[in-house]
Design a protein around this ligand. Structure first.
Ligand code: SF4
Length: 420
């Protein structure tokens, strides 16, 4: 996690309404030079200021196309403020021209899942897994796949080693591409394994959908166990050998809060209801496999939103994903007579995403407008030097390799076939 300096107290002393008013005024002043992106998991206070809302990759792609469109109209986007977490801002930086500054309002808004896969641990795992398999005479290939919820450094590792990124929407297709050899066609008899980073649950759920027996043909490599002296991260040489998918021991701290018991409780309470009156359980594939297996439907954030928007009036839904998105969808559904609720009562909140709040958003906007930026100036003093605060820049070499991994995935989703 990066260090975020404390804001002057005056930012926290302002009311919500005053913050909102100032944010709106700064946005107006910056006009077309600014784009604000809001991830679906943001609070209502923040998301109302976003020009675009969506999931992480969609937002970065949208930002890139807005930059292009405005340039074609003679307007120049100079700043993108990403109300999301660190890896999302990195992706936006990689997909937009160098002239655009991508800003994360609070540098401590990381992602616990992305932080579970460090570059150093990944290099070590890659080497030790290969060495162990080769020792037993194995002569196949491992293709790394990383969920987009990972750092630019991990995306770069994957890109440099012939792999690709995936999202929760296209994980099946990327998985299939890899199983067929990835960048090089699979040779007859060649054994292909996948190293899936950093979300073991998405990796396991995708493997199961691909028809892999996840008890027998997946194993987990845990870098924490490797650091404690277990060289294969808790897996055995035999498990590595038998596995089609080697899963990194990462998870989303929000989605892991949904438990199979939550599904059981709904099923038990509705035992006597006719099928048409039962609740449909809809979850994100970052939930563990036991939850996905007990749900009726599972899919990405966009899939969840679209499913609820198309739900029949009178239908009942229990939704397993982040609480801010669910709360918004519950309100939207209620207006159409659709009954939706969160799957679990526990507060399934992305705490790092919630670090982005109105005070931090105003603080970065003030920097861009030169408000309160002169030395020792009060926070509302106009006319100071402009300051781009919290700019996220990916190193060019990292960017080059990470883009390879992103491009392989995008080539697949755009053209319907995977190309290198
Ligand atoms: S919801 Fe989970 S995966 Fe998404 S940003 Fe938060 S911790 Fe990371």
């Amino acid at each position: 996690m990066l260090w975020q300096p404390s804001l002057p107290d005056a930012y926290h002393a302002m009311s919500d309404a005053e913050l909102a008013e100032r944010i709106a005024a700064r946005r107006q002043r910056l006009g077309d030079r600014l784009v604000i992106l809001g991830h679906h998991y943001q609070t209502d206070e923040v998301i109302r200021h976003a020009d675009f809302t969506g999931d992480s990759l969609k937002l970065s792609q949208l930002a890139a196309s807005v930059v292009e469109q405005r340039a074609a109209n003679g307007q120049k986007v100079e700043h993108i403020i990403f109300c999301g977490v660190h890896f999302m801002a990195e992706t936006a930086d990689m997909l937009t021209p160098d002239s655009v500054q991508v800003i994360l309002p609070d540098l401590s808004a990381g992602c616990s899942m992305a932080d579970m896969a460090s570059y150093e641990d990944t290099v070590e795992a890659w080497d030790v897994i290969h060495a162990t398999l080769r020792q037993s005479g194995w002569n196949g290939r491992i293709i790394p796949i990383t969920y987009v919820n990972s750092s630019a450094a991990i995306k770069a590792f994957v890109g440099a080693h012939g792999g690709a990124c995936c999202t929760s929407s296209n994980a099946d297709q990327v998985f299939d591409w890899a199983m067929n050899g990835g960048t090089e066609p699979k040779q007859p008899g060649e054994d292909i394994k996948i190293l899936f980073l950093p979300d073991q649950h998405l990796g396991r759920n995708t493997s199961a959908r691909y028809g892999i027996n996840t008890d027998k043909h997946t194993c987990v490599y845990d870098p924490r166990r490797a650091r404690r002296g277990e060289p294969l991260g808790g897996a055995s040489a035999q498990q590595l050998h038998d596995s089609v998918t080697i899963l990194w021991a990462g998870h989303c701290s929000v989605h892991k809060l949904f438990r199979p018991e939550h599904c059981d409780a709904i099923r038990a309470s509705e035992k006597h209801l006719p099928p048409s009156e039962k609740t449909t359980i809809l979850v994100h594939p970052e939930c563990c496999k036991e939850v996905v297996d007990k749900s009726d439907l599972s899919g990405s954030t966009e899939f969840i939103i679209n499913t609820l928007r198309n739900a029949e009036p009178g239908s009942k839904w229990a939704v397993g994903t982040e609480v801010h998105l669910v709360a918004r969808m519950v309100r939207e559904c209620a207006a159409r007579g659709v009954h939706a609720r969160i799957l679990s009562d526990c507060h399934c909140l992305c705490t790092t995403m919630s670090r982005i709040d109105q005070p931090h958003l105003l603080w970065v906007l003030d920097g861009l407008c030169g408000v309160g930026t002169a030395k020792d100036a009060p926070i509302d003093q106009e006319g100071g030097p402009t300051k781009a605060r919290n700019v996220i820049r990916v190193h060019p070499e990292v960017r080059q390799h990470a883009l390879l991994a992103l491009d392989r995935m995008l080539a697949h989703t755009a053209a319907g076939t995977m190309k290198d």
